[in-house]
Design a protein around this ligand. Structure first.
Ligand SMILES: *[C@@H]1O[C@H](CO)[C@@H](O)[C@H](O)[C@H]1NC(C)=O
Length: 683
């Protein structure tokens, strides 16, 4: 028997309503059905609205604050250049004619695609990476300048000014003068935001050539040929295993002195690294930039956005090698009005010191863990190659000054200092920075994690450091030495330790090899470029100590040339330069050696046609002129049964590529060099 089930269900309001609605929706009258349907739809609509309103009032969305960089980007996009001052217009004219006056000594024929592809090519093609922000005139000058050099075969302009795109049509490149070499390839990346220095390594990573050249738009590197020549010699890493090579850069003498203190060494974990900026004209192998992109993902503290903006501060330190940096007189580009600098009103020095510290700490931690799961090692540990003796470009960009004499003690000179008082055990101005760094890393909190072995192991940097500390404290081992992860250690402290090397014997620059040169002496007398700056006897380079046997100084020529007469203006004992066969001078004398243009035969001792002609210029300066006995290409006769006969004194006169003056013994005085003349060519 069928029973209505409704009477058994508690007649609550919803059920009644539902019952009613269903009843009307299925009512026999069409008008009732339709109006009920409309009512149901309206009720549903209102219900959804009410729910939505409730939801948004109950959990109001958090509106993220507009990040500073978006504001900066908007400002840069809206930037209208101010007209240059009269001074800036004059600068522009001067720089333009300076650019026109320079041309490369490298023959363009070496840089055709076919020539570069040849296994035996003596040179390499280079991709130039130029950062651009607001300085449009500076960008044009830099591009016009660098593309006159045939080795620049590609240019990537990284445009950091969002909203104002650059296009290939609006940019003019130069062709290497007097050559039929095609223009360098031009690529433009219009970055969606100002990523500052990070753009350099993003751009270099996608370069078509294996070597990159970096230049910002506020410095004109008038030492293109010489920097390139040095790079080929010391740093391009050709012929070594994959992954070789170093940075070759340029800077002002005072900055060089500063960067020499930013070198770090700990042999027990193969840490040996140093700092350089890139923006004033630097060459580096492309694989360093590619590796740097990988390092950023693998480090215990993944770089924050702000840190990757200042990538230069991490890049050279994470190569775990000493960069090759040459001091010289840089040429700034100041040609446009308005606010075109990079500075954003932050405390620049605190940023620099903080980031260097952070970069060194990270490197130290990774090398101490030496985790086998990081294969291939992203932070190489190969021992550093010996420092290059090629020290500074000649002002005319046609030669380089070379010497074994350096005033800088190596970073290993601090081992005694760190053994005597451990890192961080000092108080001083640096400890303020130390606290700031700790505060920053605390704020980073647990968010700073890293992925070891494909993300299988995720740990915080600080946990790693603490574990490392405990491990070290529990081992009775050799002296710890330099350890930047110790509480309170700062870059300032490191600098102070270097500077103390100077004060130990209470004397200014000079005396002992491990002393640190003073600023004044280094800038006025010690910097190598003073020997070749084209300013004659107004400025002279002076060695830091008296030369010992085999100490030497000399020149590398960008383009080999035959040299018969060599004049050196310098200290009086240079009058004792002798031909190799004349041994009368003993330890007081010097000897001349050269290397041929094609490099064959290595260093050859040279004979002099006569005793040097010495003209005293003052009590402490003489001009010494040497007449070199020319060398000729051997002429070879093949005699049957007797092999080849080589006859010197015939054939063409040999052009030389390098010349050096070598000390035969310990000297009493420091040596000085002010100016040079090669067959009437003065510099
Ligand atoms: C150092 O350089 C200055 C300026 O060029 C010069 O006047 C001075 O004589 C130099 N000192 C020495 C010891 O050569």
């Amino acid at each position: 028997m069928n029973q209505d089930i409704l009477p058994h269900v508690p007649a609550t309001l919803p059920v009644v309503v539902l019952d009613y609605v269903l009843g009307t929706l299925t009512h026999t009258s069409p008008a009732r059905r339709r109006s009920a349907l409309v009512l149901v739809l309206v009720a549903l609509f209102l219900g959804v609205q009410v729910l939505g309103a409730l939801r948004s009032t109950l959990n109001a969305p958090r509106i993220p604050p507009v990040p500073q960089w978006e504001l900066d980007d908007a400002l840069a996009a809206a930037y209208v250049p101010t007209p240059p001052t009269a001074q800036q217009r004059a600068n522009h004219l001067r720089l333009s004619s300076l650019i026109e006056s320079r041309r490369s000594a490298y023959p363009a024929a070496l840089f055709t695609e076919a020539a570069l592809a040849a296994e035996s090519s003596p040179v390499v093609g280079v991709t130039a990476v130029i950062l651009h922000w607001k300085r449009r005139k500076g960008l044009d000058l830099v591009l016009r300048h660098i593309t006159r050099y045939p080795f620049i075969r590609e240019v990537i302009v990284w445009n950091n000014r969002p909203g104002v795109d650059l296009s290939v049509e609006t940019i003019t490149l130069s062709a290497p003068p007097g050559s039929s070499l095609p223009l360098a390839e031009l690529r433009i990346v219009n970055s969606p935001s100002n990523v500052h220095d990070a753009g350099k390594h993003l751009a270099c990573s996608m370069a078509s050539h294996e070597h990159c050249y970096f230049n910002d738009d506020d410095w004109l590197n008038v030492y293109m040929d010489t920097t390139y020549t040095k790079y080929l010699e010391c740093c391009a890493g050709r012929g070594s295993a994959a992954g070789g090579g170093r940075i070759a850069s340029n800077t002002l003498p005072i900055i060089h002195l500063e960067h020499r203190r930013w070198r770090f060494d700990n042999p027990t974990i193969d840490l040996h690294t140093g700092f350089t900026w890139l923006g004033t004209g630097s060459f580096a192998p492309r694989h360093l930039s590619r590796r740097f992109m990988q390092q950023q993902a693998a480090t215990p503290l993944a770089l924050s956005r702000d840190q990757s903006l200042v990538a230069d501060m991490f890049f050279s330190l994470w190569t775990n090698a000493y960069p090759e940096q040459m001091p010289n007189d840089l040429v700034p580009i100041d040609v446009e009005g308005g606010e075109v600098g990079w500075s954003r009103g932050v405390d620049q020095w605190a940023v620099v010191y903080g980031n260097i510290r952070s970069a060194v700490r990270t490197l130290y931690t990774i090398l101490s863990l030496s985790s086998p799961s990081l294969v291939p090692a992203l932070f190489p540990t190969a021992p550093p190659p010996p420092e290059s003796h090629t020290r500074a470009p000649c002002a005319n960009d046609a030669c380089l000054f070379v010497t074994s004499l350096t005033p800088f003690p190596p970073p290993s000179a601090l081992r005694t200092s760190y053994a005597a008082s451990p890192a961080g055990s000092r108080t001083g101005p640096g400890s303020v920075l130390g606290r700031a760094w700790r505060a920053v890393s605390r704020r980073g909190g647990g968010g700073n994690v890293w992925h070891l072995d494909g993300g299988a192991e995720v740990r915080s940097h600080r946990v790693l450091l603490r574990e490392r500390e405990r491990e070290l404290e529990s081992t009775e081992g050799p002296e710890r030495g330099f350890d930047p992860t110790r509480r309170g250690w700062t870059v300032r402290e490191h600098e102070a330790r270097f500077s103390e090397l100077e004060r130990e014997d209470g004397r200014p620059a000079g005396g002992r090899e491990s002393a640190w040169p003073g600023d004044e002496w280094w800038m006025r007398n010690g910097s190598w470029h003073l020997a070749v700056d084209g300013r004659g006897t107004d400025t002279c380079w002076e060695s830091f100590r008296a030369p010992e046997a085999d100490d030497h100084f000399g020149l590398t020529l960008v383009k080999p040339r035959a040299v018969r007469q060599l004049t050196i203006i310098g200290s009086p004992d240079l009058a004792n330069i002798r031909g190799w066969e004349d041994l009368n001078g003993g330890g007081d004398s010097w000897e001349v050696l050269t290397v041929r243009g094609d490099g064959t035969g290595g260093w050859e001792p040279r004979s002099l046609l006569s005793r040097p002609r010495v003209v005293p210029l003052s009590l402490s300066l003489v001009s010494v002129t040497l007449s070199l006995d020319p060398i000729h290409t051997p002429t070879t006769y093949a005699l049957r049964d007797e092999g080849n006969y080589e006859v010197d004194e015939e054939g063409r006169e040999v052009a030389i590529r390098k010349v050096k003056i070598v000390s035969r013994g310990r000297k009493r005085e420091r040596v000085r060099v002010c100016a040079w003349e090669l067959d009437g060519w003065k510099f």
